[in-house]
Design a protein around this ligand. Structure first.
Ligand code: HEC
Length: 136
């Protein structure tokens, strides 16, 4: 009799574990937001990703930096303007990234990309630096 009980309880638990797909499981853990596709919940679309860890420099720039740096808002050094960047490029990628990530005077921490990782900020700074050498 005991054996049967164990068998039945095993059957029951397997019923509860098996039917979910991976996506269902992720949805459950993210709080049952059933209408949203999983990629949207992870905060990144497949198109924008650059390898396994986050967005490309261009994607981050367009989303989080262009608002100020394209037009030179609030004294932001303008995109692709070598004149406005000369005193800054000498600081090097590491310092510029740290300043963009932590904030620097009127430059808000991470710009408009509040969920950006340090690596993503570094890529966007690199993207801005690349524009200086490409266009001038
Ligand atoms: C709200 C406007 C605004 C946004 C958005 C913004 N910036 Fe800036 N940024 C500024 C301003 C203003 C400065 C000039 C600060 C200064 O030198 O006093 C600046 C300066 C910088 C500098 C130079 C820092 C230095 O040490 O000289 C870098 C690098 C930079 N921004 C990167 C970024 C990146 C990367 C993003 C997007 C993730 C971004 N910024 C978004 C306003 C902005």
């Amino acid at each position: 009799m005991k054996k049967y009980l164990i068998l039945i309880s095993l059957l029951f638990t397997s019923l509860f574990i098996t039917p979910d797909t991976y996506e269902d499981e992720v949805r459950k853990r993210l709080g049952l937001l059933k209408d949203l596709p999983v990629v949207a919940m992870l905060g990144m679309s497949a198109d924008e990703s650059d390898g396994p860890v986050g967005r490309s420099g261009e994607a981050v720039y367009n989303q989080g930096c262009a608002a100020c740096h394209t037009a030179g808002l609030a004294g932001a050094p303008m995109f692709a303007s070598l004149d406005q960047w000369t005193d800054r490029t000498s600081k090097g990628l590491e310092v510029l990234t740290a300043n963009a990530y932590n904030g620097y005077n009127a430059m808000p921490a991470k710009g408009m990309c509040i969920d950006c990782s340090q690596l993503e900020i570094e890529r966007s700074v690199q993207y801005m630096l690349d524009a200086l050498t490409v266009t001038e």
